[in-house]
Design a binder for this molecule. Structure first.
Ligand code: ADP
Ligand code: MG
Length: 245
């Protein structure tokens, strides 16, 4: 595999019944790289993200994280999965726990960190996403944009090697989108490896090292944002861009 590949998919295939949802997917994400995945609804973007985290099984091909093939199950899988944080469209915070408790939870339960240590780290992370003043609040007391930033802090608390974002701003009111994208831009500047499914083309242009365009379960284009947005090669991409830009 490439010298600095952190996530590598080779010949990955998956069906849902007759639907060939992932077709011979080859994708390499280098350490520190930001790869934005775009494409029409139903093209397989979420399935691809979930496969990388082994939330979905695949039928053929290989997925490696930092050179290690994804284990089938058990403790080895749990450990490897913890190396890739995931942020979803719906924030999935625990409603009955404070913001601080949400961010501390996995390090204490899964990593067996001491509570004081986990709390201190959680406060640092909340500060990093601009929410230091909200640590003792409950999720319902926060805006959608703030809740999503808590979800990002929670993912970071496990000290992942990479973060996957599946449409992290799609459920947000427009005025809250930017505060979440700004946190993601900062993570990118700090060198975090990120795979981001999004319809935010401004983010793709400004933050991505590569844009991967998917359609019908295939990767149709995998290029720099500059190349992709100024001169898409495929009819599918031209058609997609004409509808959203
Ligand atoms: P995207 O995220 O690009 O919108 P998805 O990966 O969610 O696409 O879905 C790709 C296709 O697979 C869609 O046609 C969707 O209906 C189908 N699909 C997704 N999840 C399932 C499932 N659990 N069972 C059956 N079909 C599914
Ligand atoms: Mg999706």
């Amino acid at each position: 595999m490439a010298a600095d590949a952190l996530i590598e998919l080779r010949g990955v295939n998956k069906h849902y019944g007759k639907l060939h949802v992932l077709q011979d997917i080859d994708l390499t994400v280098g350490r520190g790289e930001v790869v934005v995945i775009i494409g029409p609804s139903g093209s397989g973007k979420s399935t691809l993200c979930r496969a990388i985290n082994r939330l979905e099984t695949i039928e053929s091909g290989t997925i490696r994280l930092d050179g290690v093939p994804l284990p089938e199950e058990g403790r080895a899988l749990a450990e490897l999965r913890a190396e890739v944080g995931m942020v979803f469209q719906s924030f999935n915070l625990f409603a009955h726990k404070t913001v601080l408790a949400n961010v501390m939870l996995a390090p204490v339960k899964v990593r067996r960190k001491k509570k004081e240590e986990a709390a201190q780290r959680a406060r640092e992370l909340l500060d990093r996403v601009g929410l230091a003043a909200h640590a003792e609040k409950y999720p319902a007391q926060l805006s959608g944009g703030q809740q999503q930033r808590v979800a990002i802090a929670r993912a970071l608390a496990m000290e992942p090697k990479a973060l996957l974002f599946d449409e992290p701003t799609s459920a947000l009111d427009p005025e809250m989108i930017n505060e979440v994208l700004e946190v993601m831009r900062q993570l990118a500047r700090d060198g975090m490896t990120m795979v981001v499914v999004t319809h935010e083309m401004g983010f793709a242009r400004s933050a991505a090292n590569r844009v991967v365009f998917m359609a019908d379960g295939r990767i149709v284009e995998d290029r720099t944002p500059e190349e992709f947005f100024t001169a898409p090669r495929s009819e599918r991409a031209k058609d997609f861009l004409s509808k959203i830009l």
